[in-house]
Design a binder for this molecule. Structure first.
Ligand code: AKG
Ligand code: FE2
Length: 282
């Protein structure tokens, strides 16, 4: 099934940026948010941090990285103040341009705050390089447009080198595809390599630094990892992903309707409602 095209939407990225993303598998897109929006969302996130630093039991705190959880085992922090960021129009236009369809489903909405960490001077990354679970572990990669998942994070603080920027592997999405296909030709299940691609040790990564208001865009086959922050500025990031509707592995399916209360619903524009799967694209 071919989804309708995105011709009517403005093209935010230049042809060079699109080519660079397709080649490298990642792209730093600057000025996705205005300085005012950046300051606003950074404040919303900082206001979630309890003043006494007694983090709720369901939050994860590891190696200087704070991962707020709205619910137990649920990283999506879709409080009313962050719902407009989940429906951000500029990033939606970027995603529609790259997916070549305006019918998208947006999700994730998780937050990562990386504090300065003086420990582990011999390490750069605080996580192993991994792929996120966008393709179910018991399912083969398809390498099709209907499987494509484009995600990444907004930087809401300036992220300087060594400041906790996300690590990526240049051309990593191609290296993963080549390895999976080669394994298949040799009769090995390439989907299951490296613990379902959760523990990738053989690829070299680089850190993506960038100014506040940028979005670091990643292909779903891009090996990536969090890094230790050696600088005083806490790195504040907000994660989003976009898939075409329908998505090959069902990532377009909306969350249950009763997830949203009146305050969340009131924060949604018509675009946000479509992106969250509450209304059909028509
Ligand atoms: O915080 C980061 O820079 C990356 C985090 C990440 O990839 C993850 O938690 O899956
Ligand atoms: Fe990840």
């Amino acid at each position: 099934m071919t989804a309708p095209k995105s011709k009517a939407l403005p093209h935010v990225l230049t042809d060079e940026q699109v080519a660079q993303f397709r080649h490298d598998g990642y792209l730093l897109i600057e000025n996705v948010l205005t300085p005012g929006e950046t300051d606003h969302y950074r404040s919303v996130i900082l206001d979630l941090v309890p003043r006494d630093l007694a983090f709720p039991q369901e939050w994860r705190v590891a190696d200087g990285r704070i991962k707020p959880h709205r619910l137990h085992e649920d990283q999506t922090f879709d409080v009313p103040g962050l719902i407009p960021l989940m429906g951000n129009e500029t990033l939606y236009q970027v995603m529609a341009q790259l997916h070549d369809t305006y019918r998208l489903r947006a999700f994730d909405g998780s937050i990562g705050i990386t504090l300065r960490n003086d420990a582990h001077p011999d390490q750069v990354r605080s996580q192993r390089l991994h792929l996120d679970a966008s393709v179910p572990p018991d399912t083969d990669f398809l390498f099709t447009a209907q499987e494509l998942q484009l995600g990444g994070c907004y930087y809401l603080t300036d992220v300087e080198p060594g400041g906790g920027g996300i690590h990526v592997v240049p051309r990593g999405h191609r290296l993963v595809e080549e390895e999976v296909r080669a394994a298949g030709s040799a009769g090995v299940n390439g989907r299951e390599l490296y613990g379902n691609w959760q523990h990738i040790a053989h690829l070299k990564s680089i850190e993506v630094s960038g100014a506040a208001g940028s979005f670091v865009l990643l292909h779903h086959l891009m090996p990536h990892a969090a890094s230790h922050n050696r600088r005083p500025t806490a790195r504040i990031a907000h994660f989003m992903r976009y898939v075409p509707v329908p998505h090959a592995h069902g990532a377009h399916v909306p969350l249950p309707h009763d997830r949203y209360d009146d305050t969340q619903l009131a924060a949604m524009t018509p675009l946000t409602r479509k992106l969250l799967g509450l209304d059909p694209w028509g």
